[in-house]
Ligand binder design. Structure first.
Ligand code: HEM
Ligand SMILES: *[C@@H]1O[C@H](CO)[C@@H](O)[C@H](O)[C@H]1NC(C)=O
Ligand SMILES: *[C@@H]1O[C@H](CO)[C@@H](O)[C@H](O)[C@H]1NC(C)=O
Ligand SMILES: *[C@@H]1O[C@H](CO)[C@@H](O)[C@H](O)[C@H]1NC(C)=O
Ligand SMILES: *[C@@H]1O[C@H](CO)[C@@H](O)[C@H](O)[C@H]1NC(C)=O
Length: 327
């Protein structure tokens, strides 16, 4: 090979590796660098203004991303409205009157479409928004590979079956995580998201009055918190939609106080406090209580794992124009 053709081959290789957009079905850190350079700024601004209006929105967006990824992968399926051909996820048990933040994603999508039409998926927007939500409330920041494409269907029954319930045992929750390629460590780490946001009384009321059909409160619930919660959630159906903070100490700050609460028997959900009932998960809780930076690092790592569950890439799926409907 003469020098000029060698130079030429190296140049072609360079062009291939560096300049051409990824065509193989893979996520990429630079996926939108040339096609939507302002993407991160637009998403950050949208999440920032939503949180500035209502602090809780950070929590709601983070949870929306979780519920998207746990139902047939991160594919924006939770954002789809019901149609004549499928019943979507918005009215599934874990989401009905509970999942929120859709209008924030819509507003960001509108700004993104304005800047770079038909280029960025609703799924990537939701994934980025969840990261910004954590960062803007004082939590860690992590790098994200992008290029997720939007799914073309949604499933209410899959949402009912695959999203963990606060009333099932840790074993069952771990099994749901494992079936997504995650592990018990991710259950412990990602449950740390409950350091922000709120839960309805219906999500934990049996613990206050009739735990496990015993007619008594959950013995693993600290007594002063029990009194507070019984005040917020009187034993009648009309209190079902009242709200209690998941972390009453630093409700709007993404920190490791969630784990401190578990150590002092003050987890709100039965599934939260259950992390202290298994020696392996309890050891992790104790570590995250002691070492906030360890939690921050591990949370970012687990979010990256969760954000890559069952993603559609390459030519699969589509780039939705409107996050509510398939194109
Ligand atoms: C481990 C199994 C999990 C269970 C059983 C669970 C259950 C729940 C329940 C019952 C609520 C309250 C919903 C309501 O009453 O309206 C809630 C709220 C929340 N969850 Fe989880 N969750 C789990 C894991 C996660 C994960 C992995 C994340 C994110 C990484 C997350 C983020 C949140 C957030 C931020 C809220 C507050 C939402 C708001 O205030 O709008 N959860 N969760
Ligand atoms: C601001 O938050 C309130 C709820 O606290 C909500 O009703 C309203 O729609 C939000 N406004 C904007 C512009 O997001
Ligand atoms: C990105 O934002 C800058 C200013 O913030 C603007 O000048 C530029 O036109 C934007 N680019 C795109 C592709 O929208
Ligand atoms: C836990 O999982 C087992 C095995 O799948 C199932 O039989 C049981 O009903 C589940 N328990 C709860 C409370 O969901
Ligand atoms: C609930 O009660 C059943 C039967 O009385 C018992 O086997 C089970 O361990 C209890 N569950 C919890 C979480 O205490």
């Amino acid at each position: 090979m003469d020098p000029s053709s060698l130079t030429h081959s190296l140049l072609s290789l360079f062009v291939l590796l560096v300049l051409s957009p990824p065509t193989t079905g893979q996520l990429d850190y630079k996926f939108y660098d040339s096609t939507c350079p302002n993407l991160t700024k637009i998403v950050r601004y949208g999440v920032w203004s939503a949180i500035t209006n209502e602090t809780r929105m950070a929590a709601s967006i983070l949870r929306l991303h979780f519920h998207d990824c746990f139902v047939n992968g991160c594919d924006g399926s939770i954002l789809l409205d019901d149609t004549s051909s499928f019943t979507g996820e918005k009215n599934a048990g874990p989401n009905r009157n509970s999942a929120r933040g859709f209008e924030v994603i819509d507003a960001i999508k509108a700004n993104v479409e304005n800047s770079c039409p038909s280029t960025v998926s609703c799924t990537d927007i939701l994934t980025l928004a969840a990261r910004e939500a954590v960062y803007l409330t004082g939590g860690p920041y992590w790098s994200l590979q992008l290029g997720r494409r939007d799914g073309t269907t949604a499933s209410q029954s899959a949402a009912n079956q695959q999203i963990p319930s606060p009333f099932e045992p840790l074993e069952n929750i771990t099994a749901k995580f494992t079936s997504k390629g995650l592990e018990m460590k991710d259950v412990v780490v990602l449950s740390g998201a409950h350091t922000i946001g709120f839960a309805k009384c219906s999500s934990f009321k049996p613990r206050l009055f009739n735990f496990n059909s015993t007619g008594k409160p959950d013995p693993s619930l600290g007594s002063s918190l029990l009194k507070d919660l019984q005040g917020t959630c009187p034993d009648q159906d009309s209190s079902d939609s009242n709200l209690a903070p998941l972390d009453p100490i630093t409700t709007n700050k993404f920190d490791n106080v969630y784990y401190k609460n578990l150590v002092s028997s003050s987890g709100l959900l039965q599934s939260d406090q259950a992390l202290m009932g298994d020696s392996n998960s309890a050891a992790m809780v104790n570590n995250y209580n002691k070492y906030p930076y360890l939690f921050a690092r591990d949370f970012g790592q687990s979010m990256v794992k969760m954000g890559s569950i069952g993603v559609l890439t390459g030519k699969d799926g589509e780039i939705r124009k409107n996050c509510h409907v398939v194109n």
